[in-house]
Design a protein around this ligand. Sequence first.
Ligand code: NI
Length: 379
Amino acid sequence: MITKEVIERATTHRRHLHMYPEVSGEEVETTRYIREALEAMGLECWDLKSKTGVVAELGNGEGPTLALRADIDALPIVEQTGLDYASKNEGAMHACGHDFHTASLLGAVQVLKAQEDKLQGKVRFIFQPAEESNRGARALISEGVLDGVDAIIGFHNKPELPVGTIGIKAGPLMAAVGQFSVELKGVGTHAAAPHNGNDPIVTACQIITNLQAIVSRHVSPLSPAVLSISHIEGGNTWNVIPERVFFEGTIRTFYKKDQDKIRGLMDHMVHQMAAIYGQEAHMEWIMTPPVVDNDEEVTAIVKDTTEQFATIVTPELTLGAEDFANYMEYIPGCFAFIGTGCPYEWHHPSFLVDDAALQYAISYFVENSQALLNQYQKG
Ligand code: NI
């Protein structure tokens, strides 16, 4: 039962976590806080090599194991909400609502702990660090958090959905991310004598302009994709042509074939155009996370269960990333969007969540744990 006391306690957790945000990989006090809360409820936490993050489980027997995941990290943003529980850690803010995710999962632990005897299997709780840096899921997977797990569920708060609404859909939901950087090497010279050097700024400008034709001319207009160059550096004064130019950016796609095609064309274009101008290009890629791709079967069960306590909507695709996708590379899962009714988008300095949404988020974890364990029990 999700009592008033459960919600009040989760609200207290949420506000405490909001007041003391810690950025990716540095969630030391957050980790300590979660551990203490779990131990106070009688759970034993795993000994992890990772200095942040908490994993614990409850339940019984030889039955199936379901994993519930919440991310715990904050962002390097100066909070401008004016809340009485606003961040006390200068320069850090829970501007993506991971405090809400963490508090919801703590609430779910409390409810499931009270029903432990009746559970048809085990529930593993993954309080994951470093989601924003796309490192946390992979780090925990390498520590075995998915060992023996049949399925995983998670969610992200969704500010534009009203409280009481939950977005669920099978198939792709959030984009795969590719991060790239390019260094062009030409020959520096006096800006008054460009013929004595080999100007990488002109080459970079041509490459960047041409890269913009890849999505518009080579990817189906029915398949969403983004290619953005977001950072460029070259030179440091008005009368010197530099030797090097650096630029970097990201691609976002929903299908592997689009990702492979864009990456291949970019590699080709960058190297060939640099060669045309007699310059060298060095290009690096980091491909992670992949697509958040909701499993048909798990999602059908989650949808049937969730519509008993919330209004279901079909969420729009988002080109944002979510390293929950890394778990889905190994086991089936479902990732939902839970409405938190806020006028500001994720990562905005005035971002808020409405605590009235906690009961829906706790129910999402609790009700779907029972439904999925029952389903996997039947085989
Ligand atoms: Ni987030």
